[in-house]
Design a protein around this ligand. Sequence first.
Ligand code: SF4
Length: 689
Amino acid sequence: LRDPRPITGTTSTTCGYCGVGCTLNVQTRGAEVAAITPALDGPVNRGHACVKGRFAHGFLRADDRLDTPLTRSDRSGPLRRTTWAEAIGYAADELARIRDRHGAQSIGVICSARATNEENYLAQKFARVVLGTNNIDNCSRLCHAPSAAGLTRSLGFAGGTNTMDDIDRADCILLAGANPTEAHPVVGARITQRVLAGAKLIVIDPRRTGLADLADVHIQARPGSNVAVFNALAHLLITHGCIDRDFLAERTTGLTELTELVKDYHPGRVADIADVPQNPLREAGRLFGEAQRPIIVYGLGVTEHMHGTDGVRTLVNLALLRGAIGTDGCCGVLPLRGQNNVQGASDMGALPDLLPGYQPLTNDAARNRFSDVWNSPVPPHPGLRIPQMFDAACAGELRALYVIGEDVAASDPNTEHVRKALASCELLICHDLFPSETARVADIVFPAASFLEKDGTFVNFDRRFQRVRPAVAPPAGVRTDFDIIAGVARAMGADLGCVTPSDAMDECARVAPMFAGISHRRLDLAGPLHWPCPDRGKPGQAVLYLERFATGDGRAHLAARPYLPPGEAPDADYPFVLVTGRRLTHYNTGSMTRRTPDIDLTPRESLDLHPHDAAAMGVQTGGTVEVRSRRGTVCLTVTVTDDTAPGTAFCDFHFPHAPVNTLTSARTDEDTGCPEYKITAVAIRPVGR
Ligand code: SF4
């Protein structure tokens, strides 16, 4: 029934789910969210939003929302409700004790792409200035770290080259390792509209997704074969003369090496590696080679591999070969960032080797500038990445872990190893909205505000700083991550110098030249700004590299990278490849969407199996199977579908009753430490109906 009470307020803010960054109007009745509608003038979404952004706000009033700090005095005892003063004092005393007794390197901080830029900025400052360590990382380590590394090495900046609007100008879209219809629905709709208007669509994905059905070519490549497929397309572009020789000569290096390498990647060989027919490869090469304005859009199916950085770089090669990058009107490369602020968390320097604005710790001038502004020396040595933190904890070298807004016990691969690491720490602190799997084993749990209760900014997948505004106040007893971090710092005798999120953004603009033109005031007056934005009098750069690439020599670097097999291949004992990903109505560990019953259209985990495989094991849709990897076992309900190829199974990771990450492997991309989530060798057997 329609609620007769009047709407009392409307707040414009940015969606806190995926990295598209839709602008939403949040209507409130008093202290409650009444409805959310997409903003017609939203620069990214133009009046569109998906089911999550529009309807997934019921979690705000969930019965198990944390509303007071919790602590436990010993590991075997229960968490008990306590006051903010006691919890903050306890956290400060324990962090100081461990730092002073065991050294700053014995503490690690894990930040979140769910938090605002200002919170990530404050957290990395806290780690570096108060704790004295660069052991600070964020969850982009688990998804798009290979994008940051690959794009930086090939092009110069750790971000996409163009904007969402360039999808509308493309005459050919190459979509690799992404299912935006479900994971980034507003981008999925934009691609669909463009294809219906006549653009060609090439999909490279082991699953038959919604957009694969619409595609001119679907290369249903074997998981882990991306580099071979991208090299095959480079081979076809070069051998058929579909390359921009002037652009390559003037603006790139590495063509000779790449040409030599991809001679071996003829479609016949790659068809075997990728287990696909040759024709789709040849047709994809033809379509991409003939396009005038080709754009590449990709997702975690490219990055979450043992050779994810190579995947990104060999994909970027294709745009460079066509001269379709760094040229206004041509279309570039867009990484679909998974979480709302995964770009921003890294932009803000929540990384073990880079300061805000991607300034290397090894750059003395940059480090000294931060030390001057922060009035404290910045430790010079790079810290630990998230997987290294867990290894160090298991080895007794890392004694305290401070986790801000991440449920690492559920979301990170090889759950048993993660849980062992958490149990090995003397001190585990976490911020969360709910009693998460990590909170259940923590010593101190701070109840944190959600994106609908916060002030700050997010950076979306096309490098756009957008305002986040509180539509409602946090529940009584709940604080923002910003206030919690500042409070712990104060209790440790430190003043982080930023009273408000706006102060933090202003300070970030002072120390990070690429954000020097950005402030809350300007965003409020003029709307979103793309980075780099070094000047308060000029707009940010929506399209990168129009004059030069941001590399040392100003040229883009083509990457001659060979195909290498994935870390874990199926064998006689584990004959299936398990791929994990998202479903439309849920988001990551499901902590918010599972607590919003209105949208819970997928109420339980399920395993997609090809009909041949299902028939061979005598299982039907609704049946139950045991899925076993070298690390663990879970039971899942089956959906029989030919969306997956024979020998490949797919499931999501949204439900704690089916902890899928007990299966996934701790193998990581050699360059960045990003886990190989997309390939797990498993055995599957029916256990009931
Ligand atoms: Fe939010 Fe992404 Fe949906 Fe837009 S597409 S409403 S940003 S979840």
